[in-house]
Design a protein around this ligand. Structure first.
Ligand code: SAM
Ligand code: DTB
Ligand code: SF4
Length: 343
């Protein structure tokens, strides 16, 4: 039987040689339930077995097509179903995007991530973003795109243009997916992830916490990510950014320890993945971010804007990384100790 490279691992005999361990939701819940410091300690040990804990991967985000999205994701300020203050923008011009990518590179980013508020690209959109990807890749940056659901052949076209990563999140526990998004299904996300894998692109796949979910639902999200086979190379853990006008604008605050637990459980269950401390950092005290790095986060969005909302600026992040003796990925080799991010 031939297996899809991104098949969801199952406990049954249908997949005799899974690449890694199958995570039952109850086992992931048991990790969440560990005493807090035991969990962080265990995650830190796993992190140190697989990574240099001083290295942080830096990705800069740019929204290349903003707002007016036909999907109704309850968290998203870019959905046309919600009434937010966001101004819609057409696809940016390639020169403008390259200028932003050059600035990100000069400031120390290693990867440039481009996001578009589409349900999925049309064939002419794929042609347009392919030209953009080629131009960014030519600068020597890693490239990542997040353009929504892909049709047959699109992932291959993006790969050919020089795309390294495709970001497509599972976002929440599969069991509550349709409470958060009504215009597509969890299975649609899995279908696009399969296309991305088969085209040979690296997978960036994570989710959002702080959407009034239970701890058990956070465990369900992490289990669904950890059971992707192979596991995603990059796992963004986003804390909901509450935007006025979205259905989740008044969601309850998530206690900071629950966020750190989520990072730690992601690290333990996906030991070889980069775990990104993603959206929500603008509201996180430095000490909380430090705790996330201890618990195994080793990637951040670097630059003062996410897609449409605020992120800490580069100067602040450079200072924080200095205080914690952290270095951009690739700068911690012999002879580069103490290397700083150029601002
Ligand atoms: N439209 C494409 C899609 O949904 O895959 C790509 C862009 S979409 C904005 C990328 C990701 O941003 C979503 O999957 C979600 O995880 C994250 N996101 C959107 N709004 C957010 C918010 N308010 N807080 C945290 N993360 C958010
Ligand atoms: C991801 O997981 N988080 C990023 C990126 N992938 C595309 C997006 C965060 C968006 C936060 C809300 C906004 O700025 O619009
Ligand atoms: Fe559209 Fe993506 Fe926002 Fe959903 S998360 S509304 S698909 S831009």
């Amino acid at each position: 039987m031939s297996l899809s490279p991104v098949a969801l691992r199952r406990e049954t005999a249908c997949q005799p040689h899974p690449t890694v361990h199958y995570w039952k939701k109850c086992d992931v819940e048991a990790l969440f339930d560990l005493p807090f410091l035991d969990l962080v300690y265990q995650a830190a040990e796993v992190h140190r077995r697989h990574f240099n804990p001083r290295e942080i991967q830096l990705s800069t985000l740019l929204s290349i097509k903003t707002g007016g999205c036909p999907e109704d994701c309850a968290y998203c300020p870019q959905s046309a179903h919600h009434h937010t203050d966001l101004a819609k923008e057409q696809l940016l011009d390639v020169d403008e995007i390259v200028a932003k990518a050059k600035i990100a590179q000069a400031r120390g980013a290693g990867r440039f991530c481009m996001g578009a508020a589409w349900r999925g690209p049309k064939p002419q959109d794929v042609a347009a973003v392919s030209a953009i990807i080629r131009a960014v890749k030519d600068l020597g940056l890693e490239t990542c795109g997040t353009f929504g659901m892909l049709e047959e052949g699109m992932a291959e076209e993006l790969k050919q243009a020089g795309l390294d990563y495709y970001n497509h999140n599972l976002d929440t526990d599969p069991e509550r997916y349709n409470d958060i998004i009504h215009t597509r299904r969890h299975e649609d996300r899995m279908d696009t992830l399969g296309k991305v894998r088969r085209a040979g692109l690296k997978v960036c796949c994570g989710g959002i916490v702080g959407m009034n979910e239970t701890r058990s639902e956070r465990a369900g999200l992490i289990a669904s990510l950890a059971n992707l086979d192979p596991q995603p190379e990059s796992v963004p853990v986003n804390q909901l950014v509450k935007v006025a006008g979205t259905p989740l604008a008044d969601a309850d605050d998530l206690d900071w320890t629950e966020f750190v637990r989520t990072v730690a459980v992601a690290r333990i269950t996906m030991p070889q993945s980069f775990v990104r401390l993603s959206a929500g950092r603008a509201d996180m005290p430095e000490a909380m971010q430090a705790m996330c790095f201890l618990a195994g986060a080793n990637s951040i969005f670097y630059g003062d804007k996410l897609l449409t909302t605020e992120n800490p600026d580069e100067d602040g992040d450079r200072i924080l990384m200095g205080k914690l003796n952290l270095l951009p990925l690739g700068k911690a080799e012999a002879g580069q100790e103490g290397a700083e991010i150029q601002v």
